[in-house]
Design a protein around this ligand. Structure first.
Ligand code: PLP
Length: 364
C-alpha cells in the first residue's frame, strides 16, 4: 500500500526531539520525565481502593459532564468553554488538522515542546520558527513578539503556538505580549499552559482572561504536569463556545475512560491538595536552584518559573556523565533551536532524589 503525500512529507522532515534512551533504564533516577513528584491525597487513595469491577466495566460518559463541571470550577470558566481529551497531546495533534490546510504555515518559538511542530507537519502544514536565544536566557522579548506578529501577517500564518511557561526553559510570555499577538493577528493562538498551574506565574496572567473577548484563543491544560499524573491521560482545551463545539465534533467519543474521569474530577475538586503540591514543588525548586548555583561547572540556562530546569556542564556532556551515576536526564542536544549545546532538562522530584542529583553534579 502506498503512503499518502502527507505521510511521505512527514517521513522526510522528522522533527528533532530530545533523545529518549534506547537502552533499559530500570533502577535509574528518572529526572527525564516532565512530571514532578507528589503523593496522591488520602481521599483519592480511598476512592481508588473502593473501586469494584463495575467501575472498570462502565462505559465512559462521552460528554465528561462531571469532570467538565469540576474543571469549570477550577479554572473559573463555563462548562461550554471546555473540551476534554486523552491528554492535551490529543488537542495538540488535532488543532492543526482542523484549522490548517496543506502547506499553511504555523509559527513556533524554539526551543519548545517538539509536538507543536510535529503535529503541524503531520497535518501537511509548514513550520516557521523563531528563536529565543540561549545568550539571553531564552527570554521572550517585546521585539521578538513584534517580529512574530509581522511575520504572521506577512505569511498569513494560521496557528501560533505559545507555551507558557515554556517547556524546556520554564520561561514566561507576559499576558500583555500574548494579547498583542491575539489582537494584532487573525491566526489561532494556542497557549499551552501545561505547567502554568504549578508555576510562580500569578493566576491573573493566564490567557484564560482573553477567552471572553477574543475568538482566536485556545488554552491547553493537563493533569500530567500540574498534578504529576500523566498516566491518567486527561487534558483540557479552553476556548469560546463555537471552537469548543468544533473540537467536540472532531475528537473521538470515548477517548477519556470512566476511571480517568473519576480521578480527574476528584483531583480538580480538591484545591487544598493541589495548593499543598504547588507549595512543596516550588519550595523544592528554590532549594535545588540554590544548590546548583553553588556548583561552578554547572550552568542554569534560564530563570525557570516551574518544575523543570534546563542545565549544562560548562564543557562536558552532562547527559552522558549522569548516566554513569544512574541518573537519567532529558537530553536536549538535538532539540530544535538548541542543537549541539549540550543542554539537559530535569524535573523536580522529592528531596532525597534532588539531593542525589546535587551530589552527582558536585562530583563531576
Ligand atoms: C508543554 C507540554 N504540553 C503538553 C504536553 C502533553 O501532556 P499530556 O500528558 O496531557 O498529553 C506536554 C508533555 O510533555 C508538554 O510538555
Amino acid at each position: 500500500m502506498k503512503l499518502s503525500t502527507i505521510a511521505l512529507k512527514w517521513q522526510r522532515s522528522k522533527i528533532n526531539t530530545y533523545v529518549k534512551g534506547s537502552r533499559n533504564f530500570d533502577g535509574f533516577l528518572r529526572l527525564d520525565i516532565g512530571e514532578p513528584w507528589f503523593p496522591l491525597s488520602e481521599r483519592l487513595q480511598q476512592t481508588i481502593k473502593s473501586w469494584s469491577v463495575a467501575d472498570f466495566k462502565k462505559r465512559p460518559d462521552i460528554h465528561c459532564a462531571r469532570l467538565k463541571k469540576a474543571a469549570a470550577n477550577f479554572w473559573k470558566v463555563s462548562v461550554d468553554n471546555i473540551a476534554v481529551a486523552n491528554g492535551s497531546d490529543q488537542f495538540i495533534w488535532l488543532l492543526p488538522r482542523i484549522f490548517m490546510n496543506p502547506r499553511d504555515i504555523a509559527v513556533v518559538m524554539n526551543p519548545t515542546f517538539f509536538l507543536f511542530a510535529e503535529s503541524v507537519i503531520r497535518a501537511g502544514g509548514r513550520v516557521l520558527s523563531f528563536a529565543t536565544p540561549s545568550e539571553n536566557k531564552f527570554e521572550v522579548s517585546d521585539q521578538l513578539i513584534t517580529d512574530v506578529i509581522n511575520s504572521v501577517r506577512k505569511n498569513n500564518a494560521k496557528i501560533i503556538w505559545l507555551c507558557n511557561p515554556n517547556n524546556p526553559t520554564g520561561t514566561v510570555i507576559s499576558l500583555n505580549n500574548i494579547k498583542r499577538i491575539v489582537v494584532e493577528t487573525n491566526a489561532l493562538v494556542i497557549v499551552d499552559e501545561a505547567f502554568f498551574d504549578i508555576s510562580t506565574i500569578p493566576p491573573h496572567e493566564s490567557a484564560i482572561s482573553l477567552l471572553n473577548t477574543n475568538s482566536n484563543v485556545v488554552v491547553l491544560k493537563t493533569l500530567s504536569k500540574t498534578f504529576g499524573l500523566s498516566n491518567v491521560r486527561v487534558g483540557f482545551a479552553l476556548s469560546n463556545k463555537a471552537l469548543i463545539s468544533t473540537l467536540n465534533d472532531w475528537r473521538l467519543p470515548f477517548e477519556v475512560s470512566h476511571i480517568a474521569q473519576e480521578i480527574a474530577t476528584e483531583i480538580l475538586d480538591d484545591k487544598t491538595h493541589w495548593k499543598k503540591m504547588k507549595t512543596f514543588v516550588l519550595r523544592e525548586k528554590n532549594w535545588l536552584i540554590k544548590q546548583i548555583k553553588t556548583i561552578k561547572h554547572i550552568e542554569l540556562a534560564s530563570p525557570s518559573t516551574t518544575t523543570i530546569l534546563l542545565l549544562r556542564h560548562n564543557n562536558k556532556n552532562l547527559h552522558n556523565l549522569l548516566i554513569k551515576e544512574n541518573i537519567l536526564t532529558a537530553n536536549f542536544n538535538h532539540c530544535n533551536g538548541i542543537e549541539n549545546q549540550r543542554f539537559v532538562r530535569i524535573t523536580i522530584q522529592k528531596r532525597s532524589e534532588n539531593e542525589k542529583l546535587v551530589d552527582a553534579l558536585k562530583k563531576l
